[in-house]
Design a protein around this ligand. Structure first.
Ligand code: FMN
Length: 172
């Protein structure tokens, strides 16, 4: 069993991914075409994965820098199985999943909005990597998974399509 992330580390990673960066503003830590923010961040937390946080799945709410519990069990194993049985994913302290809801951005930019959403999720992933590095944590990135099975494991809202899975923990 890995040492848990502190609540502060966990919170900081979520903030780096999609936190609001201006007082009373809307802008977030990663750039977004037209500031339309098609991405959402979910965190899959195991037993003792994050200090003082019960195992479950959490959805990040940027406006309040808060998390909403959307799942009540440790789903890391389900995410690992859905990721073509890359079981190393299940041993992470927490697994972040970034989704996109394309309609938020294609409404303005048409098909090109899909490109913008993918670019944006790339920025979010890089922010997670950089934040983890600065906290002395290790992070990985996974793109090989069944979209529908990961969406099911994290209880993703309708139209939130998983694009990257990022296991985070302490360096081995
Ligand atoms: C979009 C994307 C998808 C990836 N999917 C996986 C994956 O499913 N499993 C995995 O172990 N690594 C995955 N990787 C990580 C690459 O294998 C890794 O970045 C590459 O080997 C280079 O190593 P480095 O990132 O340590 O420099 C993915 C990377 C990217 C950018």
């Amino acid at each position: 069993m890995e040492k848990p992330l502190t609540a502060q580390q966990f919170s900081q990673i979520l903030w780096a991914a999609q936190g609001i960066t201006e007082a009373n503003g809307l802008k977030r830590a990663a750039p977004s075409g037209g500031a339309l923010y098609p991405a959402d961040v979910y965190a899959v937390v195991g037993e003792h994965g994050v200090e003082d946080l019960p195992a479950g799945v959490y959805h990040y709410e940027p406006a309040r820098h808060n998390i909403e519990k959307v799942g009540y069990e440790d789903k890391k194993r389900d995410v690992a199985v859905a990721s073509l049985r890359q079981m190393w994913i299940a041993s992470a302290a927490a697994v972040f999943v970034v989704t996109a809801q394309y309609s938020r951005i294609t409404a303005k930019y048409g098909d090109r909005g899909v490109r913008y959403a993918l670019i944006e999720v790339g920025h979010i992933g890089q922010n997670i990597f950089l934040q983890c590095q600065s906290l002395g944590l290790a992070a990985g990135i996974v793109g090989a998974f069944h979209d529908d099975r990961v969406a099911q494991a994290i209880n993703a809202r309708k139209h939130h399509e998983p694009l990257i899975v990022m296991p985070v923990g302490y360096r081995a």
